[in-house]
Design a protein around this ligand. Structure first.
Ligand SMILES: NC(=O)c1ccc[n+]([C@@H]2O[C@H](COP(=O)([O-])OP(=O)(O)OC[C@H]3O[C@@H](n4cnc5c(N)ncnc54)[C@H](OP(=O)(O)O)[C@@H]3O)[C@@H](O)[C@H]2O)c1
Length: 399
C-alpha cells in the first residue's frame, strides 16, 4: 500500500469516526465551529497532486569510519511521513561536503551511534506537509534545506530547516552551506578592508569559490591555492588575482617573494603543511580563519599533525590571530546571509560553479548510488566548484 493510500485511508477512517460521534450525539444540527483537535491536526497532511511511492532509497551510516564506502550503505526503506511542522521533500539534487566523511566517522556527535542517516543538504519540491507547516509552505513549492539525512530520495525536514527558492536549480544548493560559510566567516571574523591581501586555500572548491568572490567584492587582493591549471584558470575567471597551482609552484616561495608584507586574512580549509605555511605568511595583525582541515579527514584521528610549539610566539610577534569558524554557531545570522547571497546570485554578482561529475571517469553523478563516487571524486581533489548529485525519480509526478 502506498503512503498516499495509507494516509488517505487514515483520514477517511478518522472522518467517519467524527461523523459517527456527531450523529450519535445530535451534533449534526449544531452551528459550524472549528474543531480544535491536536491529534487530528498532527495527522493532517496535504498530498495534493503528489505521486509518492511507498518505499525509497537512502544512505545510512551503519559503521563509523572516515572511509565513506565502508561506513555507508544504500538501503530501501518506507517513505517517511511528515509530522505537523514538517515537510516531505522529494530531493532533486543533494550536495556533497568534505565533512560527509567526518559525519560518517561519528566526529560530529560521538554520542550518536549507527545506524543514522547521511547527507547534510538538498534541494527539491515539497510533496506533502503537516498542518502547521502548511501555514508557510505548499505542495509543489521549491525548497532548499540543511539537515541530517539528505542522502535520500525523499526526506522529512522541520519547516524551519528549509528555505523557499525560486526554482529547483542546484546553484541555490551551492549557496546553502558552502556560500553561507564563506559569507558568515568573512563577515564575522575577516574584518576585510579594501586593499588587504586575502589568501584562500582550496580556492576552486565548493566554499573556496565564494570566499574568493566575496573577498573581491570587498575590494581585496585575492590569492588562491589549487591543484591544477584548469582550476587556476577558473580562479582567474572569478576574479582571483593570483592563483597558485601548488602542483607546479612552491606556495611558500611565491608568498615570500610576491607578498613580502604578508597576508592579512587567510581562509584556510586544508590544514597540515598548508596551515603552517599560512601562519608563517601572516602580516602584522593578520587574521587566519580555520574553516577546515581536509588533509586530515581521511585519517583515523581526522587531523594532520602540525608543529605548533612556536605558534604563540609567531602570533604574538605579529599581533596576529587564529580563529575557528563553525557554521551552526552562526544560525542566528543565517537568514539574512542567505537573503544577501540569493540577491547577489540573482543579480549575477556572485556565480556558483557546480561540478556534476561530467568529467569524472564514470560520468555525471546521477542517482543516490553515485554519492559514493562523488565523495571519492572530491577526495581525489578533482572537483571544480560545488559537487552535486542529481537524483532521478522514476515516479510519474504531477508536480
Ligand atoms: N567550518 C564550517 O562550518 C565549514 C562549512 C563548510 C565547509 N567547511 C570546510 O571547507 C573545506 C572545503 O569543503 P568543501 O565541502 O567546500 O570541499 P571542496 O573545497 O569542494 O573540495 C575539497 C577540495 O579540497 C582540496 N584539498 C586539498 N588538500 C586535500 C586533500 N588532502 N584531500 C582532499 N582534498 C584536498 C582539493 O582542492 P585542490 O586540489 O584544488 O586543493 C579539493 O577539491 C573543508 O575543510 C570543509 O571541512 C567548513
Amino acid at each position: 500500500m502506498s503512503i498516499v493510500t495509507l494516509v488517505f485511508r487514515k483520514t477517511i477512517t478518522r472522518r467517519l469516526q467524527i461523523k459517527k460521534t456527531r450523529a450519535g450525539s445530535q451534533l449534526f444540527s449544531a452551528p459550524s465551529r472549528s474543531i480544535i483537535d491536536m491529534s487530528y491536526s498532527s495527522h493532517f497532511m496535504d498530498f495534493k497532486g503528489s505521486s509518492i511511492p511507498s518505499t525509497m532509497r537512502k544512505l545510512v551510516v551503519t559503521k563509523l569510519s572516515p572511509n565513506f564506502r565502508e561506513a555507508v550503505s544504500l538501503q530501501t526503506v518506507p517513505v517517511p511521513t511528515p509530522g505537523d511542522g514538517d515537510l516531505l521533500i522529494r530531493n532533486r539534487f543533494v550536495g556533497i561536503n568534505a565533512s560527509d566523511i567526518n559525519y560518517s566517522a561519528g566526529r560530529y556527535d560521538p554520542s550518536v551511534k549507527p545506524p543514522f542517516a547521511a547527507g547534510f543538504e538538498g534541494i527539491g519540491e515539497v510533496v506533502a506537509l503537516g498542518l502547521s507547516a502548511s501555514a508557510t509552505y505548499a505542495v509543489g513549492q521549491s525548497v532548499a534545506y540543511m539537515g541530517d539525512g539528505a542522502f535520500a530520495e525523499y526526506v522529512v525536514m522541520p519547516d524551519r530547516n528549509a528555505l523557499p527558492v525560486p526554482s529547483i536549480e542546484p546553484k541555490y544548493l551551492a549557496l546553502l552551506l558552502s556560500g553561507a560559510t564563506a559569507y558568515l566567516s568573512l563577515k564575522n571574523l575577516g574584518s576585510l578592508t579594501e586593499g588587504e591581501n586575502v589568501l584562500v586555500t582550496a580556492a576552486a572548491g565548493g566554499t573556496g569559490q565564494f570566499a574568493v568572490q566575496l573577498a573581491k567584492r570587498a575590494k581585496c587582493h585575492v590569492i588562491g591555492t589549487c591543484s591544477s591549471e584548469e582550476k587556476a584558470g577558473f580562479l582567474k575567471s572569478i576574479g582571483c588575482d593570483r592563483p597558485i597551482n601548488y602542483k607546479t609552484e612552491d606556495v611558500s616561495a611565491v608568498l615570500r617573494k610576491e607578498y613580502p608584507g604578508g597576508v592579512d586574512v587567510v581562509y584556510e580549509s586544508v590544514g597540515g603543511s598548508l596551515f603552517e605555511m599560512a601562519v608563517n605568511c601572516l602580516a602584522n595583525k593578520g587574521r587566519l580563519i580555520i574553516i577546515g582541515f581536509i588533509s586530515g579527514y581521511q585519517s583515523a584521528s581526522g587531523l594532520k599533525p602540525i608543529r605548533a610549539e612556536a605558534l604563540p610566539a609567531k602570533l604574538l610577534l605579529k599581533s596576529a590571530s587564529i580563529r575557528g569558524f563553525f557554521l551552526p554557531h552562526y544560525y542566528s545570522e543565517y537568514a539574512s546571509a542567505m537573503k544577501d547571497l540569493l540577491e547577489m546570485c540573482e543579480n549575477g554578482d556572485v556565480s556558483c560553479e557546480l561540478d556534476t561529475g561530467e568529467l569524472s571517469p564514470e560520468g555525471r553523478f546521477l542517482g543516490l548510488d553515485s554519492v559514493f563516487r562523488a565523495v571519492d571524486y572530491m577526495y581525489s581533489g578533482r572537483n571544480l566548484g560545488k559537487v552535486v548529485v542529481e537524483l532521478c525519480h522514476p515516479v510519474s509526478s504531477k508536480l
